[in-house]
Every structure is written in structure tokens, then in C-alpha cells.
Design a protein around this ligand. Structure first.
Ligand SMILES: *[C@@H]1O[C@H](CO)[C@@H](O)[C@H](O)[C@H]1NC(C)=O
Ligand SMILES: *[C@@H]1O[C@H](CO)[C@@H](O)[C@H](O)[C@H]1NC(C)=O
Ligand SMILES: *[C@@H]1O[C@H](CO)[C@@H](O)[C@H](O)[C@H]1NC(C)=O
Ligand SMILES: *[C@@H]1O[C@H](CO)[C@@H](O)[C@H](O)[C@H]1NC(C)=O
Ligand SMILES: *[C@@H]1O[C@H](CO)[C@@H](O)[C@H](O)[C@H]1NC(C)=O
Ligand SMILES: *[C@@H]1O[C@H](CO)[C@@H](O)[C@H](O)[C@H]1NC(C)=O
Ligand SMILES: *[C@@H]1O[C@H](CO)[C@@H](O)[C@H](O)[C@H]1NC(C)=O
Ligand SMILES: *[C@@H]1O[C@H](CO)[C@@H](O)[C@H](O)[C@H]1NC(C)=O
Ligand SMILES: *[C@@H]1O[C@H](CO)[C@@H](O)[C@H](O)[C@H]1NC(C)=O
Ligand SMILES: *[C@@H]1O[C@H](CO)[C@@H](O)[C@H](O)[C@H]1NC(C)=O
Ligand SMILES: *[C@@H]1O[C@H](CO)[C@@H](O)[C@H](O)[C@H]1NC(C)=O
Length: 865
């Protein structure tokens, strides 16, 4: 046997070698079977993804010489060939995780999926990844559904980041089983329910981010058990109740971020004597008490943000000895205090002071100069009076100064020209006077300058240019000088403002032609030049603005046709040309050139001709104001394309890409009304004071979102559209001073929102429909001077008693017709009447005639008694 063996030793040896090799190889394949199984799972998943994913995953291939997935992109393995990492960032996979067999990845330690257009849910099978240490899925808003309870099986997990996904449902209490967790980031989902007390078991947790969800209820006391916690971010939820003293156990906490919830009570016990605390943000809650001294004893607090609470007691807010503090925001807390007393509560070390929207009174004290490191001072919307102190000019660290909406008086001190670091200067809405100080031209870093509503004098020409050769504010983005007494023509150097987004020069005494180059400003979003004395708009420009979203040229001396330069402003949302002397027809190209237009005001000009049919191609329009012109012809009949007016406007829809308070003057409910862009739900048509004729088109009643309709003082005739009751949101309706006739349609009673109505001075007749909302309109003059209306609030109808309410209008018509028939028979003879019966139009003409005569007679009879 042995010999035999020895005889064949070379062969045997090679056999053994091969066997050994095989034996070595087989287990490797089996254990790293892993390697193969994972590859199979990945290839299967790839096949379920959208075709577009192919080009990123080309290395994932069974055909490639790489037999193991370890060479594939986005994959890393351990030495045994098991996949340990799968990291795909910024690659659109456009698929779901359902197609990925997660149970194949028993050695996976890191799973990272960022911005992959994933949809579906996170599968329960995620619990099979029992080696997982880091689970990171971010920015996949299509990924919905709950956090699977099976994550409780991921015993090795140290880092859990499921951020900016579409996850909903409650946080599973199984999270408490993951006692190795060091960081939890679940922010930017729509998680509901309350915070599970089980999080208290996460003893090693240092960061907890549950912000920007819809979590409700109280914060569980167990959170006080997470003794390693450094950052707790619960901001932007619906948490309520008090933050109890249990938070005091979090000795290592450095950031407590709970802004924008409904938390209240006394925050002091949570925060007192903490030598680790650096940042506290409790803004936008209902906290009513805090002891500044207590939270400062630790000596580490840098940032304290508590705006929009009810911390109104200045004595509790004495931060005087809080020398570590750099940033304080106590805006909008209803604090009533004198400026000197208030300043005494602040440490001189502060760099940012935000105290807007309180009730500070008195003058700005000289001690302000002692805040040598101050970078931002926000005191808008208080009651600060007196002059702006010169000492502000010494505070050369200032980058942001807002004293807007106070009652400051006197001139702007020229010393402010020394604030050469300043980026934002806002002195708007004060009782200032005197000239625009030319020293401000030295503030060449300014990107936002708001001096509106300050009664300042001066010339834009001098202010905006230096030595008449350079533009003073090369970095400016927001320039607001509205409502002053500024004169001169518009300097062409303004066209060098390459970053200018918002230009508001309205309500001044500027004059001359608008420079052509104004239309070439490359960043302009908003331009308001209303209420000046400008006389002409350029007819051409080099490129012309394609960025402009809002253009106000109202109340100037512009004349001629609508400037064709506007054709290029295809992003316009608001266009106000009212109160000028524009003539000619309303151009048909407007709708085509400005498809996104929502607010169109052409009122108080001299526009003539018909309203162009194309006007209905504005599919976004919310306001059409053509009042006070010389428009003739019919109101165009086709309202089908006013799609935005056919539905109810969502409240507070965001329309603009900029934040600036825009104003638009309207007549709303018969009163002058200044519309500001925050009121985006306005929806109306105003054709008051034109020469429009023929009937009110029935199609108008399709515009079910309409809140305001004024067709008064035209030559409209015929009936009120019978479906007028469809306009259920209508708040204001004025059809007065036309030649409307017939009865008010019964559907009128369905106008449940109507609070302003005028139908006077028409030829209306018959019964005023009864409706609960109509009953509140008690002023009889709104129906005055018609042929003969009756019913509330006018006199009861003469024949009311004899008629049953059930009778339909048709019955009434028949009855009236019979009556007319008799009268007609009497006047014209039986044969004529017989013919009239055959001809509907004649029949109704006769009916109206007779009816009107009868009404007049009735009225006259009334006058006799
Ligand atoms: C995903 O793929 C579908 C077709 O499979 C396609 O319609 C859709 O636009 C794609 N989505 C993204 C975000 O690529
Ligand atoms: C994987 O997870 C699913 C769902 O939790 C479970 O049914 C299955 O048994 C798991 N498979 C393995 C191999 O653990
Ligand atoms: C995991 O958490 C759940 C819910 O908190 C609990 O019922 C279960 O006992 C825990 N399992 C383990 C193994 O800790
Ligand atoms: C966790 O907190 C609760 C409530 O504050 C407390 O009753 C419990 O003893 C704490 N558990 C541990 C382990 O500290
Ligand atoms: C603050 O805490 C320390 C120990 O953590 C303690 O010695 C000190 O007395 C406390 N100070 C106050 C003012 O409570
Ligand atoms: C600040 O410190 C001074 C000196 O130690 C002390 O007199 C004063 O009362 C302290 N103020 C507050 C508000 O704690
Ligand atoms: C402002 O600074 C100037 C020059 O440094 C100095 O003379 C003046 O006294 C300072 N003004 C105030 C009010 O501190
Ligand atoms: C200036 O401050 C006032 C008051 O806070 C504010 O309403 C206005 O928007 C500010 N202007 C700019 C340009 O930010
Ligand atoms: C403003 O700058 C000019 C030079 O451009 C200089 O002469 C003037 O003193 C400066 N004014 C202030 C207040 O700094
Ligand atoms: C419009 O033109 C008329 C006559 O040309 C003039 O009397 C009137 O003042 C002008 N109106 C405006 C607003 O410019
Ligand atoms: C309505 O809009 C469609 C599509 O924009 C257009 O083809 C049609 O002419 C419009 N109708 C009217 C009456 O303007």
C-alpha cells in the first residue's frame, strides 16, 4: 500500500496538492460565499434599478474579470473577501431597496446611501445587517414609511443617520436596544408620535438630532439618563410642556437646541451652573422665565438665542456678568425697558445683540461705544427716540446695524461713513430728516442699504456715484431709498451694480428718462420706481433683464404704448403700470411673453380698444386690474384658461424667490387697499370705469377662486349670469352703474362670503333672493335706482303673500307670461301675440318691456302714496 503510494507519489502529490488547493479554495468561496452571494445580490438589485443607474454601476458586472465584488465601485471588503462597506453618494439609482437582498450582507459594517433618488420604504430586512456599525441614508426624500422595528437587531450600530428622507410614523422604541449608539440623526423627516422613553437607555450617545420632524408630546424624563449627551437638537417639532430639571443631569451638554416648539415654563433648572454649556437656542417657544445669572455661572455660555418667547422681565435677563457671552437674541419678547437700563444688563464682550420687536424706549446712550467688539446690533421695531448718536461711528467692527421702525429723529450722522466693515445698514421707517450723508459712499462693502421712509433729501446722482465716475456701492444687492424726497435723474452708473437684486426708489421726486442700461442689470429681481416723475422707458437695450420678477412703474408720467422692452421679462410675476398715461391697445403679446404673471395692474391709464382675447392665456393670473381706462367692446367670453382663478388659492403660497416687502395699491371692497406680497391669496378682476358693453359672459362664473369682482360703471347689459352663485368665495361684488336687467338669479343667495355688494343703478327687477349672507347686507342703497327690486332690505314684494315659496322661477315666468300675454293681447291683438309665442326672442323682449313698464308704473304709484 505504502509502496503503491510511493510509486505513484508524483501523481498522488499533485492530487493532494490539487485537493488541498480545492479544500483551501472551497471554504474560501463558501465563507466568502459571502463574496459571491453579495455579488449576486448586488447584480440582482442593479437589474431592478432604472436604466440611468447603469452608467454609474458599470463596474458591477458578472462578465468582468473581477470574480469578487471587492473590485467594484462603491464597495469595500475585508481580507476574507466579505463586503464590509457599501457607500453610494450623489449617484441617481432611481429605484427601491426592496430589490436588494440584505440578508446576503452578514459582514457589512458601513452602509451609506446619499442622494440616490431612492423610493419605497426601508425594508424590515435591514435587521439582517447584524454587523452594521454605521447606517447612513440621507437626502432621499422619496424614501417613505416608518423606521423598521428590526433596526433593534443592529447590535453593533454606533452611528444611525436617517436624515432628510420622507420617513413617517413613530420612532420605534427598539432604538433603545442599540446601546452602542454614539450618534443618532433622524432630522428632516416627518416622524410623528412622541420621543420614546427608551432613548434614555442609550448611555453612550453624544449627539441626538431629532429636529425638523412632527414629534409631539412632552420630552421624556429618561432623556436625563443619557449622561454622555453633548448635543441635543429637538428644534422644529411640536413638543410641549416644560423641560424638567432632569436635564440638569446632562453634565456634559454643550448645545441645547429646542427652538420652534411649544415648550414653556421656567428653563432655569435645566441650565443652571453648567460648565459645559456653549449654545442655548430656545427661540420660538413659550418660555416665560429664566434666570440669566444661573445659566451663566458655568462661565462657558457663548450663544443664547431666545427670541419669540415670553421672557418679558428684564430683571431675570441680567447677563451683565456673563462675560463668556458673544451672541444674544431676545427679539420679540415684549420686553418693556428704558435703553440705559437695558444696556446695563449686557456684558461688553458681546459681538451680536438682537433685541428687535420689544418695547425699548429712550435715546441710544453713549455707553453703546463701550461695546468695542460689536458686530451686529438689531434694534428694529422698538420705540427708541432721539438722534442717532455719533458714537456709532466709532464702532468700526459693526457689520450689521438695524435701527428700522423706531422714532429716531434728526439727521443721519456723517460719522456712520466710518463703519467701513458694514454690510447691512437699515435705518428705515424713522422720523429722520436732512440730506443723505455723502460719507456713506465710503461704505463700499455694503450689500444691503435700507433708508426708506426717512424723509431724507438729496440726489441719487450724488449719492450713488463717487466723483461722478464710479458707482458707490459695487457689492450692493438690496438698495431701498423709497419714500423720501430724493431728486435728480437716474444715474447710468447704477447699471454697474452687477449684484443688485432689489431696487426700490419708489415715492421720491426722481425724474427724466429711465436709462436703457437699467434693463441689462444681470441680477435684478425686483424694481419699484413707482410714484416718481419719470417720463420715458427705454425702447431697446443690449440684452434686457431676464431675471426680473417684479416690476412697478406706477404713478409716473410714462406715455405711449406698453414698452415693448418688457417682452423679454419672461419671469415677471408682478407688473404694475397703473396711473400713467399709457395709450393704445393692451398688447396681445403680454400673456405669451410673461407666462408666469400673477398680478397685472394697468389701471388709470388711457388704454383703448377691445380687451384682447389673448389675455386669457395668462394661466397663473390672480389679479387683473384694468380699471379706469377707455376699453370698449365686450368682455371676452373664454375664461377657461384662467386656470389659477378657477381654484381656491392656497394660503401663503410662496411666489417669489426674494424676501422684500412689496406693495401694490388696489381698490378692494370699495376702499383703497395696499396689498403686500404676504397676502398671496388675493384673487380678483377689476374692470371699473371703462366703456365695456354687451352681456357679462357666463364663463366668468367658472372662476371659482374669485374673491373680488368689479364691473361697475361700464355699459354692460343683459342678465346677471345665472350661475353667479358658483363664485362661493366672492367677498366683494360691484356691478353698479351698468344697464343690467332682468331678475337677480336665485343662485345669488349662494354667495356665502359676500360682504361688499353694489348692484345699484341698473335696470334690475324682481325679488332679491334671500340668503343668510345676503341678510347681513342691510344697506338698501346697494340695490338703489333699479327698475324695480323688492324683498329684503327693500320693501316686501307686493305679491309675496300670494306666492308659495316652492314655486319655481319657471312657474313665475309662466305666470308673468300669462299676464303679459293678456296685456299684449290687449295692446296688439290676439294674432300678434300668437306669432310672438312662436318667437322666443320677441317673446322675452315683450315680457321685459311690459315688465319694465309695470315696474315703472308701480314705482310711480308708490311715489303717489
Ligand atoms: C426614474 O425613472 C423613471 C422611469 O423609470 C423616470 O420617469 C423618472 O424621471 C426617473 N426619476 C429620476 C429622479 O431620475
Ligand atoms: C432577514 O430579515 C427578514 C425580515 O426581518 C427575516 O424575515 C429574515 O428571516 C431575515 N433573514 C435572515 C437570513 O436573517
Ligand atoms: C428590544 O426592545 C424592545 C422594545 O423596547 C424590547 O421589548 C425587547 O426586549 C428588546 N430586545 C432586546 C434583545 O433587548
Ligand atoms: C432613567 O430615568 C428614569 C426617569 O428619570 C429613572 O427612573 C431611571 O432610574 C433612570 N435609569 C437609569 C438607568 O438611570
Ligand atoms: C456649581 O456646581 C459646582 C459643582 O458642579 C458646585 O461646586 C458649585 O457650588 C455650584 N455653584 C452654584 C452657584 O450652584
Ligand atoms: C455682577 O458682578 C458684580 C461684581 O461681582 C456684582 O456686584 C453684581 O451684582 C453682579 N451682577 C449680577 C446681575 O449678577
Ligand atoms: C470716537 O473716536 C474718536 C477718535 O478715536 C474719539 O476722539 C471720540 O472721543 C470717540 N467718541 C466717543 C463718543 O467715544
Ligand atoms: C429693515 O428693517 C425693517 C424693520 O425690521 C424691515 O421691515 C425691513 O425689511 C428691513 N429692510 C431690509 C432691506 O432688510
Ligand atoms: C470717505 O472717503 C473719502 C475718500 O474717498 C475721504 O476723503 C473721507 O475722509 C472719507 N470719509 C470718512 C467719514 O471716512
Ligand atoms: C396725462 O396726459 C394729460 C394730457 O396729455 C395730462 O394732462 C395729464 O397730467 C397726464 N397725466 C399723467 C399722470 O401724466
Ligand atoms: C388656452 O390655452 C391654450 C394652451 O396654452 C391655447 O392653445 C388656447 O389658445 C388658449 N385659449 C384661449 C381662448 O386663449
Amino acid at each position: 500500500m505504502v509502496n503503491h503510494v510511493q510509486l505513484h507519489s508524483p501523481l498522488l502529490l499533485s492530487c493532494i496538492c490539487i485537493s488541498l488547493l480545492l479544500c483551501a479554495a472551497v471554504p474560501a468561496v463558501a465563507a466568502g460565499g459571502g463574496g459571491q452571494r453579495e455579488a449576486g445580490a448586488l447584480l440582482k438589485w442593479k437589474a431592478t434599478l432604472a436604466a440611468g443607474a447603469d452608467r454609474y454601476l458599470s463596474s458591477w458586472s458578472s462578465a468582468s474579470d473581477a470574480t469578487s465584488p471587492c473590485n467594484w465601485e462603491f464597495i469595500a471588503c475585508n481580507s476574507a473577501g466579505d463586503v464590509t462597506e457599501l457607500r453610494i453618494s450623489g449617484v441617481s439609482l432611481n429605484g427601491s431597496l426592496a430589490g436588494l437582498d440584505l440578508s446576503a450582507f452578514t459582514r457589512l459594517e458601513t452602509l451609506t446611501l446619499v442622494q440616490n433618488d431612492l423610493y419605497g420604504t426601508i425594508p424590515e430586512a435591514i435587521g439582517n445587517l447584524t454587523s452594521l456599525v454605521s447606517l447612513v441614508i440621507q437626502h432621499n426624500q422619496g424614501l417613505k414609511g416608518p423606521i423598521p422595528r428590526s433596526i433593534g437587531q443592529l447590535k453593533q450600530l454606533a452611528s444611525l443617520k436617517l436624515q432628510t428622507l420622507g420617513l413617517d410614523g413613530a420612532i420605534p422604541s427598539e432604538i433603545g436596544n442599540l446601546t452602542g449608539l454614539k450618534e443618532v440623526y433622524l432630522d428632516g423627516n416627518t416622524l410623528t408620535g412622541s420621543i420614546p422613553p427608551a432613548v434614555g437607555k442609550l448611555q453612550r450617545l453624544t449627539s441626538l438630532y431629532l429636529n425638523l420632524n412632527s414629534l409631539a408630546g412632552t420630552v421624556p424624563a429618561e432623556i436625563g439618563n443619557i449622561t454622555e449627551l453633548r448635543i441635543m437638537n429637538l428644534a422644529g417639532n411640536r413638543l410641549e410642556g416644560e423641560l424638567g430639571g432632569y436635564l440638569a443631569q446632562l453634565r456634559k451638554l454643550s448645545a441645547l437646541l429646542v427652538a420652534n416648539n411649544q415648550l414653556g415654563g421656567d428653563i432655569t433648572p435645566c441650565l443652571s451652573n453648567r460648565s459645559s454649556l456653549i449654545e442655548v437656542d430656545i427661540a420660538g417657544n413659550d418660555f416665560s422665565k429664566i434666570s440669566a445669572q444661573a445659566i451663566c455661572t458655568g462661565g462657558t455660555l457663548l450663544h443664547f438665542l431666545a427670541n419669540s418667547n415670553r421672557l418679558s422681565n428684564l430683571r431675570d435677563l441680567n447677563f451683565q456678568n456673563c462675560t463668556s457671552l458673544r451672541y444674544i437674541d431676545l427679539a420679540a419678547n415684549g420686553i418693556l425697558a428704558g435703553t440705559e437700563e437695558w444696556l446695563g444688563t449686557l456684558p461688553k464682550s458681546l459681538e451680536h445683540i438682537y433685541f428687535a420687536q420689544n418695547q425699548l424706549y429712550g435715546t441710544l446712550p453713549l455707553q453703546l461705544g463701550e461695546f468695542g467688539k460689536l458686530s451686529a446690533l438689531g434694534l428694529a421695531e422698538n420705540r427708541i427716540s432721539g438722534q442717532i448718536p455719533q458714537v456709532l461711528g466709532n464702532m468700526t467692527s459693526l457689520t450689521n446695524l438695524n435701527l428700522g421702525h423706531n422714532i429716531l429723529s434728526g439727521a443721519i450722522p456723517p460719522e456712520l461713513g466710518s463703519l467701513y466693515q458694514i454690510l447691512q445698514l437699515n435705518l428705515s421707517f424713522n422720523h429722520l430728516s436732512g440730506p443723505l450723508p455723502l460719507t456713506l459712499r465710503n461704505l463700499s462693502k455694503l450689500f444691503s442699504l435700507d433708508l426708506s421712509n426717512c424723509s431724507l433729501t438729496g440726489q441719487t446722482y450724488d449719492f450713488l456715484t463717487t466723483n461722478q465716475s464710479t458707482f458707490s456701492f459695487p457689492e450692493i444687492e438690496i438698495l431701498a431709498l423709497s419714500s423720501n424726497d430724493i431728486t435728480s435723474a437716474m444715474p447710468t452708473l447704477l447699471c454697474n451694480a452687477n449684484f443688485l437684486k432689489i431696487l426700490d426708489l419708489s415715492n421720491n421726486a426722481l425724474h427724466g428718462d429711465l436709462p436703457n442700461c437699467l434693463w441689462d442689470l444681470p441680477s435684478l429681481l425686483f424694481m419699484d420706481l413707482s410714484s416718481n416723475s419719470f417720463s420715458s422707458v427705454a425702447t431697446s437695450s443690449r440684452s434686457s433683464s431676464t431675471t426680473l420678477q417684479s416690476l412697478h412703474l406706477a404713478n409716473n408720467h410714462f406715455e405711449g404704448n406698453v414698452p415693448s422692452i418688457i417682452k423679454n421679462c419672461y419671469k415677471l410675476i408682478t407688473l404694475d403700470l397703473g396711473g400713467n398715461n399709457f395709450t393704445g391697445e393692451i398688447p396681445g403679446w403680454m400673456a405669451e411673453s410673461m407666462p408666469q404673471l400673477r398680478f397685472l395692474r394697468l389701471s388709470s391709464n388711457m388704454f383703448s380698444g377691445n380687451i384682447p382675447q389673448q389675455i386669457f392665456q395668462f394661466t397663473q393670473l390672480q389679479l387683473l386690474d384694468l380699471s379706469h381706462n377707455k376699453l370698449i367692446g365686450p368682455i371676452p367670453a373664454d375664461f377657461a384658461n384662467f386656470t389659477s382663478m378657477t381654484r381656491q388659492q392656497e394660503h401663503g403660497e410662496i411666489v417669489y424667490f426674494f424676501a422684500y416687502s412689496e406693495q401694490l395699491q388696489l381698490v378692494w371692497k370699495n376702499e383703497n387697499y395696499v396689498y403686500s406680497k404676504t397676502i398671496t391669496f388675493i384673487m380678483g378682476i377689476d374692470l371699473l370705469c371703462n366703456l365695456l358693453s354687451q352681456t357679462i359672459p357666463e364663463g366668468l362664473t367658472n372662476l371659482r377662486g374669485l374673491r373680488y369682482l368689479n364691473l361697475s360703471r361700464n355699459h354692460l347689459s343683459g342678465d346677471i349670469p345665472k350661475d353667479i352663485g358658483n363664485l362661493a368665495l366672492l367677498e366683494s361684488l360691484d356691478l353698479s352703474w351698468n344697464q343690467l336687467e332682468g331678475e337677480i338669479p336665485p343662485g345669488f343667495a349662494d354667495l356665502k362670503a359676500l360682504s361688499t355688494l353694489n348692484l345699484s343703478n341698473n335696470g334690475l327687477s324682481g325679488r332679491i333672493p334671500a340668503g343668510s349672507q345676503l341678510q347681513t347686507l342691510v344697506d338698501p342703497s346697494i340695490y338703489g335706482n333699479n327698475l324695480g327690486l323688492c324683498g329684503f332690505p327693500l320693501k316686501e314684494c307686493a305679491n309675496a303673500a300670494t306666492r308659495s315659496n316652492e314655486k319655481s322661477q319657471d312657474d313665475d315666468r309662466e305666470e308673468l307670461w300669462l299676464y303679459c300675454f293678456v296685456v299684449a293681447g290687449f295692446i296688439f291683438g290676439f294674432w300678434l301675440s300668437w306669432c310672438l309665442i312662436c318667437n322666443r326672442t320677441w317673446r322675452y323682449a315683450l315680457y321685459h318691456y311690459v315688465n319694465n313698464v309695470l315696474q315703472k308704473v308701480a314705482k310711480e304709484v308708490q311715489c303717489y302714496f
